[in-house]
Design a protein around this ligand. Structure first.
Ligand code: PEP
Ligand code: MN
Length: 341
């Protein structure tokens, strides 16, 4: 891909002319309009030199250079400014943190309503809950499926909370997209490329979780699968990786936050729950993530944590969750961020 950087404040006419020129060459342009600067990505596979010199001489073009990273649309070269998008009215990637919380799995209306009440009181706009669960054992609870989606829809209509829920297969994308404000791709599906492409073709924002044995570059390449199909609303999620350490379920890679911030414009969300696997450790990891510059958190909480049908050990009680949100808001303030509302 060639990166075409337009001059600051280049008029729309000049931007349009470059887009047209690229299309005229039979190539595909990708537009990134920031507050200060417009960048156009020009996908090409053959000889780049003639295209580069042609575009380089056009009015309003500051410079043209080949993308240096394997992920292109996800890179800061393509979009120097942080991505900021609105999900059903909630800004993500801004100075306001995107907070998401809820049970691991959707279990009942009463369960979701009890969680929803605490979320609303804690200024958390996103309710998470899995209707389809990717379980390590085929004998474990697999989720309520369509019935779970219906329960989420009911709570959404009563409370206005936005829904984050996982989609496991390409065949379910259309159905899940009807209910979700954000579709989650779980760690185990991070490299399910067919699923990523299908999500790229749908227009629902995606929360892409890092595979438990995946590098950050692999995570960004997976994001690229979604972006390259036209869906630009992708959030990355660090949820802990496998290391030799046995004291925690996974090791939260806190470095992932500043490293991703350097490499990509996409918002970075941290999941301290699946990293820790132990509710006593969740608050420390959550606060560290906010301090490190995460754009939001996704946390598991349950009205009766020990009775959670999945991931009971890491579920926070509603009270512990509310306390964590208060402390998170203080840390957020200390690093120049705030909560939504
Ligand atoms: C989950 O969010 O409940 C989940 C299964 O997460 P992960 O894919 O990160 O294991
Ligand atoms: Mn879980």
């Amino acid at each position: 891909m060639l990166i075409v950087v337009m001059e600051k404040h280049a008029p729309v006419r000049q931007i349009g002319a470059v887009l047209k020129e690229i299309e005229g060459l039979g190539l595909q342009p990708h537009l990134s309009r920031g507050e200060h600067q417009t960048v156009i990505g020009c996908m090409l596979s053959g000889e780049s030199e003639p295209v580069k010199s042609r575009l380089g001489t056009m009015e309003g073009v500051e410079r043209v250079f080949p993308a240096s990273r394997p992920y292109r649309l996800a890179s800061r070269e393509f979009r120097p400014e942080d991505s900021l998008f609105h999900i059903s009215g909630v800004p993500v990637g801004s100075s306001r943190l995107a907070m998401m919380a809820g049970p691991c799995a959707v279990e009942s209306h009463a369960q979701l309503m009890a969680v929803a009440e605490v979320l609303t009181a804690s200024k958390v706009p996103f309710l998470r809950g899995g209707a389809y669960k990717p379980r390590s054992s085929p004998y474990s609870f697999q989720g309520l499926g369509p019935k779970g989606l219906e329960l989420l829809a009911e709570v959404k209509s009563r409370t206005g909370l936005r829904i984050v829920t996982e989609c496991l297969t390409t065949g379910d994308v259309e159905l899940v997209a009807r209910y979700a404000d954000v579709i989650q791709v779980g760690a185990r599906n991070m490299q399910n490329f067919a699923l990523l492409q299908e999500l790229g073709r749908c227009r629902v924002p995606v929360l892409l979780k890092r595979g438990m044995m995946s590098s950050l570059e692999e995570l960004l390449m997976s994001a690229e699968y979604i972006l390259s199909k036209g869906n630009s609303q992708v959030m990355l999620c660090e949820r802990g990786i496998r290391t030799f350490e046995q004291a925690t379920r996974n090791t939260l890679d806190i470095s992932a936050v500043p490293v991703l911030k350097r490499l990509t414009h996409l918002p970075v969300i941290v999941d301290p729950s699946h990293a820790a696997g132990d509710r006593a450790l969740v608050p420390s990891l959550a606060l560290a993530a906010v301090a490190a510059g995460a754009d939001g958190l996704i946390v598991e909480t349950h009205p009766d944590p020990d009775r959670s049908v999945s991931d009971a050990a890491q579920a926070l009680s509603l009270q512990a969750f509310a306390e964590l949100m208060q402390r998170s808001e203080e840390v957020a303030k200390a690093v120049g961020r705030s909560f939504y509302n």
